[in-house]
Design a binder for this molecule. Sequence first.
Ligand code: C5P
Length: 220
Amino acid sequence: LGTPVLTGKRVLISAGGTKEAIDPVRYIANRSSGKMGYALAQAAVQAGAQVDLVSTVQLPAPMFTNVIAVETADQMLAAMQAHFEQADIVIMAAAVADYRVANPANQKIKKDPDQKGLTLNLVENPDILAQLGAKKTHQYLVGFAAETQNLLEHAQAKLIKKQADLLIANDVSNHDIAFGSDNNEVTLLSKNDAPKHLPLTDKLTLSHQILEIIAAQMEE
Ligand code: C5P
């Protein structure tokens, strides 16, 4: 572990769940902790890479990492696009909200005593990975698929649809792994190679294994 397989490479990573504003004090969020993205960033630095980390969470930044703080999917898209050109490897570990509130209120929404419910209108967010996939040239592009059922089928479909080079499939129905956990277990899907299962381990060890596979695939 920690062998310098990425010396001279630039790695762009997104981490955490996006936060989509409802009003100035409330937002729609998800259960992503950002730990997988941060572990990948740390492993990439240890492997000799220069790392840009686009993050929605405030975890201790790995040493020598350039952290770009964002909240929303739109901000994450802009930050990813801004760093995409110079990147060799791009990893979308973030959990991007599929929808955002159409018209976030400028003032705190007050409870209406005459209304029993409140309806929020949502509009679709950009699919950042798919947009990067559509315009990639030299970049090696990696996505995650967090699923609760039919894991490999959904991940395989995303690999193709989003034009990624590698899809990391993550079973989030199992609470011992994935969201919020320090450990994870994944299956890697790529166009040419057979699915590769990486058994349960801590996220940093797993990140080193993932980066070594990416480095090897880039050599091919
Ligand atoms: O949400 P979904 O399962 O489609 O996510 C698969 C991959 O696509 C992940 O890598 C995620 O970061 C990315 N994604 C994205 N923009 C979205 C939704 C997902 O970049 N709006």
